[in-house]
Design a protein around this ligand. Structure first.
Ligand code: FAD
Length: 318
């Protein structure tokens, strides 16, 4: 049941978009890495930073609930879908600034392979660590994308904030504004975007010249690391880690200790490869994942005393 009468919504968006681009009742499952989720009342693909800003501003102006979707790698969409408009970010323009060793990307640019390949091929280092992680630039800033530092030490976690130079955001108040790293108040799996409804339109990353062979070897090692530990997305859809990290202990280790690997509800299963990752065995409903999340929380709380908090975002109606 749409909240906003169709003619009003179509009229408002027709200033900036051809009405044929505005689709109704679109299933969201195919647009997420979990392959789960019901329909959005309205669905629009924004093809540039300007279109993204226009779409969000229009939705706000008419009071329609809106959601900016990247590649849907960190979300669980409810079985009943989303009441309002889902704006899929397809603003993918990128460019190199060789004199300054900077890379510019609109916020729908895909981190891997697109952005990383652009940088590495130009001999610029700083993004290659995030190889193999499904993400748009906007989603990566939302969550402060992170991964381990290169082998053999793998001594620390590296964060995307380390190479962010500047970004353009559409602020919650409706202004387009250039902001620097501090604006984001980055933390582990955190940025100000969790608290303010700003939308990232584009970002510039400050990279460093480095040996291409060395970067390729880091990429190879990181892809191998993932291949050995993570379920492959094409055959075992997932949303990556389900629960937040517990410093020094590890959510996955606790779940494993409780013997929950392989536990299944409906089509959702805790993969044998990694206790903190749930996979869609085929036809999983969001409800199955929610039930499995609750079961894990209950068992881990009862058996270890730790309470696990979901890391993924729940979107829409369940
Ligand atoms: C197999 C797998 C492995 C993963 N491994 C890692 C890992 O090693 N490290 C890691 O950090 N993460 C990892 N993740 C999690 C995920 O890849 C990241 O969180 C990613 O950054 C999500 O980006 P997205 O484009 O899919 O965002 P989405 O999931 O589409 O959206 C997530 C949130 O970001 C918001 N958002 C998206 N674009 C914008 C924008 N332009 N402006 C404002 N808000 C925006 C959305 O509204 C939503 O609130 C993994 C996920 C999977 C499936």
């Amino acid at each position: 049941m749409n909240l906003i009468p169709d003619p009003l919504l179509l009229q408002a968006f027709s200033d900036s978009f051809d009405p044929s681009r505005l689709r109704s009742d679109v299933r969201l499952a195919p647009f997420t890495t979990f392959k789960i989720g019901g329909p959005a009342d309205w669905f629009l693909e924004a093809g540039s930073a300007d279109e993204l800003a226009a779409a969000v501003s229009t939705a706000k102006a008419i009071g329609t609930p809106w959601f900016v979707l990247g590649v849907g790698a960190n979300i669980l969409v409810g079985d009943l879908g989303f009441r309002g408009i889902v704006i899929r970010n397809c603003a993918t323009r990128t460019s190199l600034e060789t004199e300054t060793s900077r890379v510019f990307a609109e916020s729908g640019a895909i981190v891997y392979p697109d952005l990383i390949e652009l940088a590495v091929s130009a001999g610029l280092s700083g993004l290659e660590h995030y190889v193999g992680i499904p993400s748009t630039v906007g989603g990566a800033l939302w969550q402060n994308l992170h991964f381990l530092s290169p082998p053999p030490e793998r001594e620390r976690t590296m964060f995307l904030e380390e190479v962010l130079h500047q970004a353009e955001v559409l602020t919650e108040e409706g202004y387009r504004r250039a902001v620097d790293v501090d604006y984001f108040e980055f933390g582990y799996d955190h940025s100000i975007l969790h608290e303010r409804r700003d939308v990232v339109l584009s970002a510039t990353f400050q990279l460093e010249p480095a040996d291409v062979e060395w970067m390729r070897s880091v990429m190879h090692a990181n892809l191998e690391w993932r291949r050995e530990r993570h379920p492959p997305l094409d055959t075992e859809p997932s949303a990556g880690s389900i629960f937040k990290k517990i410093e020094g202990i590890g959510a996955g280790r606790l779940i494993d200790q409780c013997g929950l690997k392989g536990r299944r509800i409906g089509g959702a299963e805790i993969t044998h490869r990694h206790a903190n990752i749930m996979i869609n065995r085929g036809g999983a409903a969001a409800r199955d994942v929610m039930d499995l999340i609750r079961l894990v929380q209950q068992v881990v709380q009862d058996e270890t005393g730790y309470s696990l908090e979901p890391e993924i975002l729940f979107v829409g109606e369940f």
